[in-house]
Structure formats: C-alpha cells, structure tokens
Design a protein around this ligand. Structure first.
Ligand code: SAH
Ligand code: SF4
Length: 359
C-alpha cells in the first residue's frame, strides 16, 4: 500500500506523529510552514530539518501525488490548464485563470461525476471516485508554487472543476479548512466559492455551518421539465426545493447566493426562461452568472449568441435580478471542466453509471 499523502494531514495530526517519533514540539510547525509557506514539494527541500527527519518523512509520506501530464496555456497566456495523473492512473484537471488582477484557480473534487448533467464533459464520463482532502489541497499547492516562482499569489479558488463538491462534502470542506489554517496557507474563507448542482441536504448543512465560503448553484433551467431533460438530479430535488434551501442559507448566513446558468441556444436562453427565472428568484438575495455553453462532444446543444445573452441579462435586470455575462476563457485550451480529461488516454470512468448514486 502507498504511504499517506502529506497534504491529507492537519497540523494537530502531524504534531502527534512527530511527537511519537520523539521530535521536539516545534518541528511540526516547521514542517507545516515548509509545506504551506515555502511550498516545498519534496522532503529534500526541507533543508532546515535534520537529514534523519527528512528521511523519515520521505518514508512515511507521499509528497507528490499529482503528476502533471498535459499542460496547456491559452494563446493569451492568461489561462493554464493542467491534467494531472493520480497514483491510481486516474486523471483530474485544475485550471489557473489570470484576469483583471485576479488569479483564480478552478479545482476538482472527484474523478468524473455521478450527477450526469448532459451538457458537461465530466458528467458524460460518469463517476470514478472521490478525491481525498489532500488531493484537493495538492491542486492548490501546485499552482501556489508555480505562481510563487513569478512573485504572484492565488487570489481566489473556485470549486468548479471535475466533480460535485457536495457529493464529497467532508473531504471538500476539510481541504478548505486546511487551506484556511492561519498557521499554514492562510487562504481566506471568503475567497473560496463552492459550486453545487443543488444537493438540498448538503445546502442545508452548509447553511448551518455558517461559513464565510461563497455558494454557487448550477441551475440552468427555471422549470423542472427542462432541468430534468439536462440534469438527472432534478428527479431527486425540484427547483423549488433547491430555492427553499437557498432561502435557508441566506437567512442563516446573510450571504448572497450565485446561480450559474450556461446559455444554450434556443433551449434555456429564451425570454420565457428569463421571465420564469426572475419570478422564481424574486425576494432572494442572489446574483445570476450566465455563460455561453461550452459545446462538448457528447451534447448536441449550441452556445447562445451575444445578442441573446444580452437580452437574457436585460430581462433579468429589468425584473430586479442582478446578472453578469461571464466570458468563456481558455476556450482554445479546452478549459471547460472535464474536457481535457475526457480526451486523455488514461483511466477515466465509463458513462454507464452517470446519474446514479445521487445522495
Ligand atoms: N458539480 C458542480 C461544480 C463543477 S461544474 C456544479 O455542477 O456546480 C462547474 C460549472 O460548470 C457548473 O456551473 C456547471 O453547470 C458548468 N458547466 C458544466 N459543463 C458546462 C459546459 N459545457 N458549458 C458551460 N458550463 C458548464
Ligand atoms: Fe457533475 Fe457539475 Fe458536471 Fe453536473 S455540471 S455533471 S454536477 S461536474
């Protein structure tokens, strides 16, 4: 069996282990800071530690679990997408987007996804497995290290890569907490955004935890019939149930919810959908992000046009719902979620189990 991944540990876990090895109490913090302040990627880089301890760490832990297989840079060099191979030969993606002084990372929480959304390259693969909290943390550390080399830092993390974060709730939140640790990477909770397909019990649980982390809901349709035609999860949770859970979230946290909407030409970019959406969202503290669909091989839908996107936005705003049109960035490098992994010659899941196993 492989040794555990060093990024799977919290500081108290590490402190207990080092104590059991007879190390002085300050060592744990030294290792922690080596990982999360200096971004060391191997035991050899911990030059302030005695060689014997470096050796022990090297035997007890894996430090590198993400092997970059393909790195794609957009033509404007602002977007970098990396396809990583995991230890079990499976693949995940994480993307860096530089835009308007922000350096936003988009990270994955699962290999594939069980939710089976028809328009999504990851959904088309089916479910592989959950990522551990350390595998999620390691994606951020990979890019933090890369940016550190040019004097830059990560400014935002969006949990919008492969997988459904609320289907892997514990590991996703554990990863965020570890990255948030004031003694470690110290990445502010408000700079994270979790995007979910709308798993109602988890939205409720998240609301009660009162975190500062931003919440986004992938809605994409304003009536259940249309949503069901694209998103099997609608069988389990209706739009109204999702919106009721969002109300609870807003009431418990005072925070605004973001709704994600991929505009598909003549499908969900119509004046009727815009009107119905505005009606459903009335009175909810929220914001709508629309983005033209990123076409995928497994889905016949086309991207909306600029005119239709603007009309959709105008209709929402006229009804008092704030709406932003997002750009499709990195389109020339298949930066849409799952698009690179679905083409890679690595072990990816099969679509057979798509849409099953919805918690
Ligand atoms: N599973 C989570 C997070 C990952 S998907 C979720 O669904 O929210 C991140 C976002 O990309 C979601 O809003 C999803 O609906 C959207 N998305 C997936 N495929 C897309 C595509 N082909 N074009 C545009 N947006 C897409
Ligand atoms: Fe999964 Fe999100 Fe893709 Fe749906 S859109 S299949 S929930 S990753």
């Amino acid at each position: 069996m492989n040794p555990p991944l060093i990024y799977d540990l919290d500081l108290p876990d590490l402190a207990r282990l080092l104590e059991s090895w007879g190390e002085p109490a300050y060592r744990a913090r030294q290792v922690w800071q080596g990982l999360y302040h200096a971004f060391h990627a191997s035991p050899a880089e911990f030059t302030t530690l005695p060689a014997s301890l470096r050796q022990k760490l090297a035997e007890a832990f894996r430090f590198q679990v993400l092997a970059p297989m393909t790195v794609l840079e957009s033509s404007d060099r602002q977007t970098i997408k990396t396809l990583f191979r995991l230890d079990d030969e499976r693949a995940i993606e994480a993307v860096l987007m530089r835009y308007d002084k922000r350096r936003t990372l988009c990270i994955s929480t699962q290999v594939g996804c069980a939710m089976g959304c028809a328009f999504c390259a990851t959904g088309q693969m089916g479910f592989g497995r959950h990522l551990s909290s350390g595998e999620i943390v390691a994606q951020v550390m990979h890019y933090a290290r890369l940016l550190h080399a040019t004097g830059e830092t990560v400014t935002n993390v969006v949990v919008m890569g492969m997988g459904e974060p609320f289907h892997n709730y514990e590991n996703t939140l554990a990863a965020i907490d570890r990255l948030n640790d004031a003694d470690g990477y110290n990445f502010g909770a408000r700079r994270f955004t979790i995007s979910t397909v709308g798993l109602v019990p988890m939205i409720r649980r998240f609301a009660q935890e009162q975190r500062q982390v931003n919440l986004a809901i992938s809605l994409h349709a304003a009536d259940d019939a249309l949503r069901l035609s694209m998103m099997p999860v609608t069988k389990k949770y209706s739009i109204d149930e999702i919106l009721a859970a969002c109300q609870e979230y807003v009431a418990a946290t005072g925070r605004r919810v973001t709704f994600e909407w991929a505009l598909i030409r003549e499908v969900n970019d119509t004046p009727e959908q815009a009107r119905l959406l505005a009606h459903k969202l009335k009175g909810l503290l929220c914001h709508v992000n629309v983005i033209p669909l990123n076409p995928t091989d497994g889905f016949a839908g086309q991207a909306t046009t600029r005119e239709r996107a603007e009309a959709f936005q105008a209709s929402l705003e006229a009804n008092g719902i704030p709406c932003t049109i997002r750009l499709r960035r990195g389109i020339d490098i298949q930066a849409g979620c799952g698009q690179l992994a679905s083409r890679a010659a690595v072990k990816t899941p099969t679509p057979a189990d798509a849409g099953r196993d919805i918690p």
